[in-house]
Design a protein around this ligand. Sequence first.
Ligand code: C2E
Ligand code: CA
Ligand code: CA
Length: 387
Amino acid sequence: LASKHYNAVIKDVPGAISLEQTDNRTFFLASLDPQTFAFVVDADQALSVPRIVLRSIEEIRYPVDFLGMQVPLNPQLGVAFYPTHGNDANTLIRRAVIAEGSDRARDRGIAYYKSSRDSYSADRLTLVSDLRHAIDHNELTLFLQPKLCLRTRAITGFEALIRWPGREQPVRPDEIIAVAEQTGLIKPLTRWVLKEALEMRGRLLEIGWDAGIAVNISPNNLREPDFAVFVQRLMQSYQIHSGAITFEVTETSMMQDPTNSLRALNALDAAGIPLSIDDFGSGYSSLSYIKQLPAGEIKIDRSLITDIAEREQDRVIVRTTIDMCHSLGYTVVAEGVEDEETLSLLHDMGCDLVQGYFLTRPLPFNEMVDWLGNYNPQALRSRISAS
Ligand code: C2E
Ligand code: CA
Ligand code: CA
């Protein structure tokens, strides 16, 4: 029943290739096992009309009629491309199946094969061992992005963001982190990041910039039994930076293990580490949980900020969020500020700090120092509407 329905849908997908023909029927669907089917599409044809392809593929999600009942099938799709993902049918099928079984396919119904998500692929194994090597040999680096205080127009701090320069095939920061989290490398990586951030703050102090640095912490770090102790020791040997290294943690990541996260964060609080809630508003928020956390700062997610200049509704949400966070006693940071109008709106809404491409993209340490040298609060003052 399901295969008949799927076959009928796939037949109309642009570029669909028939796999078998009998006298009166054409089959587009092959059965891999009783619950898994495969079909082949000519990517050149399909890619010339991507919308039509997606719309026609969506029809496989329609429920099928069985004895008068509408039975939902909820299929998950995995896609592998020839020749990018493999040269032979076996490899392509295996990789499409891996994509089909991924969290992404479960969440969105469809996923493309990605070697960094395939724990068995040669690419991924190389990536993991390269990353281990990079951590051990100081090949990673931190870029800095400034945080601007809207009231004083001063640069009050920076966020440190991981980069992996010099790798032949560039790896995006969130991919570095995802791989590190899946392989246990997040422990040495975060420890390296912390030490590097402390070094950088030392160099900033030397040239007269007394600004804080925020580092991103993964949920897995909070599960390391000795994390708080490690941080405490580290901060003791860098007393001049006491209170100047903030930890950014996303609320969604803490929700995976709320009790232990809370315990770890309280221990870090006792060690004098300021805490910031990252990506606020990007997922389901539990204010009653957040309120228990020893956090002083909330960062409103970029997705809420991006369109406030165009969309009244987004402005209302952001304004309300800022007011609410202020009543709860938090400092509010807006991330992803890309233009002047957004900056000025946030200023009028009483937002405390902003971060984003409008000021600058994250920069390597030396370029950030140059940027700071050229930064002129007066120029900005005239651009922020009268306060
Ligand atoms: P995040 O913590 O939300 O960091 C902000 C991201 O937004 C950064 O991406 C930054 O480059 C980008 N961004 C800043 N301003 C703008 C803007 O105006 N417009 C747009 N479109 N983007 C902006 P990046 O550096 O690619 O990092 C991605 C994510 O990777 C971070 O998201 C963070 O979750 C994670 N990450 C980065 N470095 C580290 C690290 O050292 N440790 C851990 N655990 N995670 C890290
Ligand atoms: Ca962050
Ligand atoms: Ca963020």
